[in-house]
Design a protein around this ligand. Structure first.
Ligand SMILES: [Zn+2]
Length: 322
């Protein structure tokens, strides 16, 4: 697990409610927070990833998740080949994007960077399973608690939040992923990076306030076990087969294709998986069947579209008009 904490500019604290108002506000969520507290006690040293199943999940009511400044265009943005994955990172002139609310109450978790997990074929790739099945791609959006140093963030139980988006295969290209994928050619070698025209992170990391999973877990990195909080969007993104193959162009330090970089589910132990603010409380479907809709479109000529839908050689993928 790569954890890169990008620098953060000094911020102006927004006005928070007085303690009194806050506790009154939180009265509605006492049971939810109590359930989470118990989960923290029992689960925060258990391994991730896990298998998600809505029928095992504990439904809880919490304040909605809030997303701040995700729609501010960064000053600069780059993709990096870490030798294991591709990392998207950015810098802002002012405050970095952050999340609050949900399980985090008024604490701020600041965006650090984004990376991906994929597999050799479209039948594998994700680290989390949904009802025992892998997805072709999983995106990890890393956040660290404001005020913590990098060491504190990786050591403390409340230091790091990974927001997870699973992806399904689609006949259509994902127009936002395309902005990243078309530049992977420039970072084929491990350890290289490439600057992109900056865009709002919210185009890729589509904010959601409710209807998500939350659990306490860990990630093992270089013999170190780091506690993590996991937030998993119940809505899934989409990616085409041709796009998925572009990840394989990346090389590891031994110049081999990074064809697979997911970790298997290791934990068979009983976990507290929370289904937060369910929009479909009686559903039997672990993931929302309606895919995420992205705001931008990619325009193709009809000749290219035909080619893409058959076998889609890499060169045939054309970028969208910005
Ligand atoms: Zn990851």
């Amino acid at each position: 697990m790569e954890i890169q904490i990008t620098e953060e500019n000094p911020t102006v604290c927004p006005k928070v409610k007085s303690d009194e108002l806050l506790s009154e506000f939180e009265d509605a969520y006492v049971e939810g927070f109590e359930a989470l507290r118990k989960g923290k006690e029992s689960d925060s040293s258990l391994p991730s990833p896990i298998n998600l199943n809505v029928s095992d999940a504990i439904k809880v009511k919490l304040p909605n998740l809030k997303w701040h400044k995700y729609d501010v265009i960064p000053r600069k943005m780059k993709v990096t080949n870490s030798g294991r994955t591709v990392i998207l990172s950015a810098k802002w002139d002012e405050e970095f994007p952050y999340i609050t609310g949900g399980p985090f109450r008024h604490e701020k978790y600041v965006l650090s960077d984004i990376h991906f997990h994929w597999g050799k074929t479209a039948n594998e790739g994700s680290e989390h399973l949904a009802e025992g099945l892998q997805r072709p791609l999983e995106m990890h959006v890393m956040h660290t608690k404001k005020g913590y140093t990098l060491r504190e963030a990786v050591e403390k139980v409340d230091g790091t939040v990974i927001v997870v988006y699973l992806f399904e295969i689609s006949f259509h290209h994902n127009p936002v992923l395309q902005r990243i994928l078309l530049n992977l050619e420039n970072i084929r070698q491990s350890g290289t990076d490439y600057h992109l025209p900056p865009f709002e992170i919210s185009r890729l990391v589509i904010p959601f306030e409710e209807d998500f999973y939350f659990y306490w877990g860990t990630v093992t990195s270089k013999e170190e076990v780091c506690p993590m909080m996991w937030v998993i969007n119940r809505k899934q993104g989409s990616i085409s087969n041709a796009q998925l193959k572009l990840f394989h162009r990346l090389l590891d330090p031994s110049l081999r294709s990074i064809s697979r970089n997911w970790r298997p589910v290791r934990s068979k132990e009983k976990r507290n998986l929370f289904y937060v603010n369910p929009l479909a409380p009686n559903t039997l479907q672990t993931m929302d069947p309606r895919p995420i809709l992205y705001q931008e479109k990619v325009h193709y000529t009809s000749a290219v579209s035909v080619e893409l839908e058959t076998h889609a050689p890499r060169e045939s993928i054309v970028s969208g008009s910005p």
